[in-house]
Design a protein around this ligand. Structure first.
Ligand code: HEC
Length: 114
């Protein structure tokens, strides 16, 4: 009986470790989106390396909280539109993303993971 108890505890502890401490895995599509975010967006949206007065908002919760009109969480279409058309000091990325790349970028932003 005690052995079963110990084994169960060990199993739960092990599950806890792997569940909580390992970085969540991204799908290949999300990983591609993360790469695109790092290359095209992070220097403004994470680092604000142009020192813009209107600080580019953190994109990781754009699908949870938004500064888009109405304050409701953004939809995929709204985020895609901002990326393609630009907004304020943000340049337009029209023609710079394939449909697959845009889908990957949105899939990554949906994860909310940094
Ligand atoms: C040159 C800096 C710059 C780059 C590069 C940039 N952005 Fe932006 N972005 C901004 C600024 C500044 C705003 C705020 C615009 C405003 O409200 O006037 C913004 C706003 C946004 C918004 C609207 C968010 C909201 O809640 O209002 C989205 C979505 C967005 N950017 C996505 C992206 C994505 C995705 C990329 C990469 C493909 C990207 N941006 C690249 C500067 C940048």
């Amino acid at each position: 009986m005690a052995q079963v108890f110990v084994a169960t505890c060990a199993a739960i502890t092990l599950l806890g470790w792997t569940g909580c401490h390992r970085a969540p895995r991204l799908t290949p599509q999300q990983a591609e989106g993360k790469h695109l975010y790092e290359v095209r967006c992070a220097h403004c949206h994470r680092d604000n390396d142009l020192g813009l007065k209107k600080v580019p908002p953190d994109l990781h919760d754009v699908f949870r909280r938004s500064t888009l009109p109405g304050g409701a969480p953004a939809t995929d279409a709204q985020v895609a539109r901002v990326v393609l058309q630009g907004k304020g000091m943000m340049p337009s990325f029209a023609g710079r993303f394939t449909d697959e790349q845009m889908a990957a970028l949105l899939a990554y932003l949906h994860t909310g993971l940094k």
